[in-house]
Design a protein around this ligand. Structure first.
Ligand code: DQA
Length: 150
């Protein structure tokens, strides 16, 4: 079985997880989420490279660099979900399977969170399960990649 390489990118303000609005996002830190992803990846015969930036350009660059390096992408674009055509374009440009991840359920919150600019470039979306959204999304993405290659 091929070891799959996954890129996980988190966007603005997600470095504050643990302290940021815990009633919405929980108390798990981004480092703890990255540790859980690494353990889950290992059990799925995959590896995960985790990054976070508050800058749209970094995220666009990392998605571009994923071509030829990673098999798929997990992305929590944070607030850029609702605005970033550049991230949509970057995912379309590399044509890698991507899963949009959210800790909260944006559809159950303010109306401005109901539109995702990124979702139409993605294979699927996992939202509303707190920190578990990330590991659920990883399992979904790895399963899809394995099915693709059989
Ligand atoms: C979020 C949801 C977004 O609407 C918000 O701007 C975030 C976090 C989430 O993970 O629930 O920064 O992406």
């Amino acid at each position: 079985m091929v070891t799959l390489s996954i890129l996980c990118v988190s966007g603005p303000n997600l470095q504050l997880l643990g302290a940021r609005e815990p009633s919405i996002y929980g108390t798990t830190t981004l480092d703890q989420i990255h540790q859980a992803l690494t353990a889950t990846a290992q059990s799925l015969n995959a590896t995960v490279t985790c990054r976070q930036s508050n800058h749209e350009g970094d995220i666009v660059t990392w998605i571009g660099e994923a071509l030829g390096t990673h098999h798929g992408i997990l992305i929590n674009p944070g607030a850029l979900t609702h605005t970033s055509i550049a991230i949509y374009d970057a995912i379309k440009a590399v044509s890698l399977p991507a899963v949009e991840v959210h800790l909260s359920n944006p559809d159950a919150r303010e109306s401005f969170r109901r539109r995702s600019r990124v979702a139409p470039a993605c294979l699927g979306r996992i939202a509303g399960f707190g920190d578990a959204s990330y590991t659920l999304a990883l399992a979904g993405l790895v399963g899809a990649l394995r099915r693709q290659s059989t």
